[in-house]
Design a protein around this ligand. Structure first.
Ligand code: SAH
Ligand code: SF4
Length: 397
C-alpha cells in the first residue's frame, strides 16, 4: 500500500469528536468516567462552558495539562454558528442560527424591564402544520440536537456579556427561556429535556423552574411523561374553545382532543411539588375566526376547573397566510370577558415586528422533507392568481 493511500484511510477513519455543549450533568459524568476521571470534572466542565463561555480546553486552568490534551483529542465544545443577528428598535434581538444540511433556525431575545426572555427553537420547521403558523408552513427537516438547543441560550448569553468571570451588568440579560420558537418541543422530547436540565442546573445557567417554559400544541402521551423529567412551567397552545374549531386551527387536535389535553396538562401541573402553579393558556386571536364574545364565554366555561392564566396573542400575519390580525376592539372585548369570569388574562404585545421576530413569524430556513412548503407556495400562487382575476383591469389609453 502506498503512503498516499494509507493517509487517505487514516483521515477517513478519524473518529468524530464528541461535542460537550449539550451534555447534561449526568451525561458529562458518564463521559468523564469513561476517560477514567472523577465525577467532579463534570461540574467543572459545566461551569467553564455555560458560566464562563470557554470553548478551548487549554484555557481551563483547573484541569491538568494531561487531561486537557486528552480532551482535545476526543472532544470539542461547539455552539452552532450564528449566520445573522438583528436588533429591533425595541431592544429585541433575533439570531439566525446555522443548522447543518442547508437549514437555519431562529432564536429571539425579548427584553422586558429587568427581565429578558429568550425564545428558543426545538426543531427545524414543524410537522404539525397549524393553519396560522409560519413555521408550520415551511414543512419539517429534523429535530435539533441538545447541543443546538442549549447552543441558542449560550449564543444569546454570550452576546450580552453574561458568560464571563465578571458578567457585564447590561440591561439585556437572559433571565427566562421559553420553548416557543420553531418546532414542537414534545416531538423532540429527549433533546429538549436535556437542554432544559442545563438551563435549570445551578452549575450551568441556573435559571429557576418558574422561568423556563415549555409550550406545546398538545402531544398528550409525551405530556403525560413530561412530569417525570422536569418541573418547568407549561404553556398550552389552545387557540379555540371547542374541538370543531381547534381541529381546523391545530390539526393534532383530531388525535388528542381538548378534553384529553386539558386533563393531561392538569395532571402535570398538579403533580409538581410546589402548589399554586398555573398552566399558561396561549390563545392566538385571529380576526373573524376565534375572536367572538361567544368564543371567550365558551373558553371561560371550558377552563373552569383548570388552574390557568390566559395569554392572548394577536395573530401576526405572514406572507403565506390569509388570516388577519384581530381588531383592537375584539381583542379588548375578549380579554374583558375572561377577566370578568375571574381569569388572569394578559395580552402579549408584539415585539421585534420590524425584524420579523414576532411570535409565529419565525421562519429560519427549512430544507423541507415533507414537500409541504412547495404545496403551500403553489396554493398561495393560486390564491394570488384568483385575487388578480378579481381586480378590474384598468385600460390605460
Ligand atoms: N409548537 C409549540 C411551540 C412553538 S409555537 C406550540 O405550538 O406551542 C409558539 C407559540 O406561537 C404558540 O402558542 C403558537 O400558537 C404561536 N403562534 C404561531 N403562529 C402564530 C402567529 N402567526 N401569530 C401569533 N402567534 C402564533
Ligand atoms: Fe408547530 Fe407550534 Fe407552529 Fe403548530 S404552532 S405548526 S405546533 S410550531
Amino acid at each position: 500500500m502506498s503512503c498516499e493511500n494509507k493517509e487517505n484511510i487514516d483521515t477517513q477513519t478519524e473518529v468524530a469528536k464528541v461535542n460537550l455543549m449539550g451534555m447534561s450533568q449526568g451525561r458529562l459524568v458518564a463521559f468523564f468516567e469513561s476517560l477514567g476521571e472523577k465525577k467532579f470534572r463534570a461540574t467543572q466542565m459545566l461551569k467553564w462552558i455555560h458560566q464562563l463561555g470557554v470553548t478551548d480546553f487549554q484555557q481551563m486552568s483547573n484541569i491538568s495539562k494531561l487531561l486537557r490534551n486528552k480532551l482535545d483529542e476526543v472532544a470539542e465544545i461547539r455552539a452552532p454558528e450564528v449566520m445573522g443577528q438583528w436588533d429591533s428598535t425595541d431592544g429585541t434581538r433575533k439570531f439566525l442560527i446555522n443548522i447543518s444540511g442547508g437549514n437555519a433556525v431562529e432564536a429571539v431575545f425579548i427584553p422586558e424591564g429587568d427581565r429578558g426572555t429568550l425564545c428558543v427553537s426545538s426543531q427545524v420547521g414543524c410537522s404539525l402544520d397549524c393553519s396560522f403558523c409560519a413555521t408550520g408552513k415551511q414543512g419539517f427537516n429534523r429535530d435539533l440536537t441538545s447541543d443546538e438547543i442549549i447552543g441558542q441560550v449560550w449564543i444569546a448569553a454570550k452576546s450580552f456579556g453574561q458568560l464571563q468571570e465578571v458578567p457585564v451588568r447590561g440591561v439585556r440579560r437572559v433571565t427566562n427561556v421559553v420553548l416557543m420558537g420553531m418546532g414542537e418541543p414534545l416531538l423532540n422530547f429527549d433533546n429538549v429535556v436535556e437542554a432544559m436540565h442545563l438551563m435549570m442546573n445551578d452549575n450551568a445557567y441556573g435559571i429557576s423552574k418558574r422561568r423556563v417554559t415549555l409550550s406545546t400544541s398538545g402531544l398528550v402521551p409525551a405530556l403525560d411523561r413530561l412530569g417525570k423529567y422536569t418541573d418547568a412551567c407549561l404553556a398550552i397552545s389552545l387557540h379555540a374553545p371547542n374541538d370543531a374549531l381547534r381541529n381546523e386551527l391545530v390539526p393534532i387536535n383530531k388525535k388528542y382532543p381538548i378534553a384529553q389535553l386539558l386533563a393531561s396538562a392538569k395532571r402535570y401541573i398538579e403533580g409538581l411539588p410546589d402548589s399554586h402553579r398555573k398552566i399558561t393558556i396561549e390563545y392566538t386571536l385571529i380576526d373573524h375566526v376565534n375572536d367572538r364574545p361567544e368564543h371567550a364565554q365558551e373558553l371561560a366555561q371550558l377552563l373552569i376547573d383548570v388552574p390557568v392564566k390566559i395569554n392572548l396573542i394577536p395573530f401576526n400575519p405572514f406572507s403565506l397566510s390569509n388570516y388577519k390580525r384581530v381588531s383592537n376592539n375584539a381583542l379588548r372585548r375578549f380579554q374583558q370577558i375572561l377577566i370578568d369570569a375571574g381569569y388572569t388574562t394578559t395580552i402579549r404585545t408584539t415585539r421585534g415586528d420590524d425584524i420579523d421576530a414576532a411570535c409565529g413569524q419565525l421562519a429560519g430556513q427549512v430544507n423541507d422533507r415533507t414537500k409541504r412548503s412547495q404545496r403551500y407556495k403553489l396554493d398561495q400562487q393560486a390564491f394570488l392568481d384568483a385575487q388578480n382575476d378579481e381586480i378590474p383591469v384598468r385600460i390605460v389609453n
